[in-house]
Write a protein that binds this ligand. Structure first.
Ligand SMILES: *Cc1c(COP(=O)(O)O)cnc(C)c1O
Length: 344
């Protein structure tokens, strides 16, 4: 890429291997269950997550929505973090389309929810209250700095949910980043969850798609919900082909992005006027803020960087988010540090 685009890992372009696989993928009508490439992707994804079955969906948002609508009926309650993607960035879909009532708990700085808070949020047998049905966790936690959530925490939260009759859905949009950070298989992190979604289209570089995984029965029911949401696709094996490459070739290389995020953070925090808002990155996201003394806004600095073909995320008047990915190499990291230094 000529442009250094650090706004997100969603900007990743498909790799040459993906384009080739897409061009030659055998396809069929997936609503009839006849697309061999989608069937292969769904099997592979389920195996990676340690679940019985998978469902290819158009986006992470559709995966989470499909999951929550499969777990919950109208008037049921879902417990989620107040900084969670499902609460902040999915257009209120669970309420708007499912009549599902979100109960938010404050996310701790590491992206988790206090177990006591979860226990306290679960409703009793009272006709005044909605029925607590589902707990949603996010791994890695995007707004909390791309923090990976441990298998031990997920297990403890899952045990608590299950003991009280709730299910656990894991928004694992970047679960392979978490797996890379902990050096454990993704299935270990997903084990306590009844359902899990992950994105093929972020650090894994596929152009489109996410996969929702869970038990065979859960995925059968989710397939109907996906159809209801308009997500029954036909010869979408063309897209799934890139997803297979994403899983086979890209899911284990993410620690390289994490190393570059650390290098970027180390360089940037030495520049007068810049501070790491969330400390050293554990995965691929660097959150930065401008010191009191800097009169320029983050948007003004972003404009200066854009003149040098560097794009960064502006997430507040004085705040940036920079995300490393496959198309950001060591030279891009160096150039970005230099450009920030000059812009300030
Ligand atoms: C990106 C993301 C999603 C899904 O986003 P889409 O753009 O709909 O694919 C879900 N959860 C988290 C934490 C994300 O970062």
């Amino acid at each position: 890429m000529e442009i250094i685009d650090l706004r997100s890992d969603t900007v990743t372009q498909p790799t040459p291997a993906m384009r080739q696989a897409m061009a030659s993928a055998p396809v069929g009508d997936d609503v009839y269950g006849e697309d061999p490439t989608i069937n292969r992707l769904e099997k592979l994804a389920a195996a990676k997550m340690g679940k019985e079955a998978g469902l290819f969906v158009a986006s992470g948002t559709m995966g989470n929505l499909t999951a929550i609508l499969t777990h919950c009926g109208r008037g049921d309650e879902v417990i989620m973090g107040n900084l969670g993607h499902t609460f902040l960035f999915e257009a209120g879909g669970v309420a708007a389309l499912g009549g599902v009532h979100p109960y938010t708990l404050p996310n701790l700085p590491d992206g988790t929810l206090e177990l006591e808070g979860i226990a306290g949020a679960i409703r009793g047998e009272d006709i005044h209250a909605p029925v607590s049905r589902l707990l949603v966790l996010e791994n890695t936690h995007n707004r909390c700095g791309g923090t990976p959530i441990s298998a031990a925490y997920t297990q403890a939260a899952g045990d608590l949910a299950h003991l009280r009759g709730l299910s656990l859905h894991l928004d694992g949009a970047r679960i392979f980043n978490a797996a890379g950070a902990y050096q454990v298989p993704a299935s270990e992190l997903a084990k306590p969850a009844d359902s899990v979604t992950f994105c093929l289209s972020k650090g894994l570089c596929a152009p489109v798609g996410s996969v929702l995984c869970g038990s065979g029965d859960f995925i059968r029911r989710a397939r109907r919900i996906r159809k209801q949401l308009g997500g029954g696709m036909r010869q979408a094996g063309i897209l799934a082909a890139a997803g297979i490459i994403a899983l086979e070739e890209m899911s284990d290389r993410l620690p390289e992005d994490h190393a570059r995020a650390r290098a970027l953070a180390e360089g940037l925090c030495k520049i007068q006027g810049l501070e790491l808002t969330m400390g050293m990155p554990a995965t691929n996201m660097v959150f930065l803020s401008l010191d009191e003394g800097v009169t320029l806004t983050a948007a003004q600095i972003a404009d200066r960087l854009a003149e040098k073909k560097i794009k960064v995320g502006v997430v507040g008047a004085k705040r940036f988010r920079l995300v490393t990915h496959y198309w950001i190499d060591d030279a891009a990291v160096e150039q970005t540090i230099k450009a920030f230094s000059a812009a300030l």
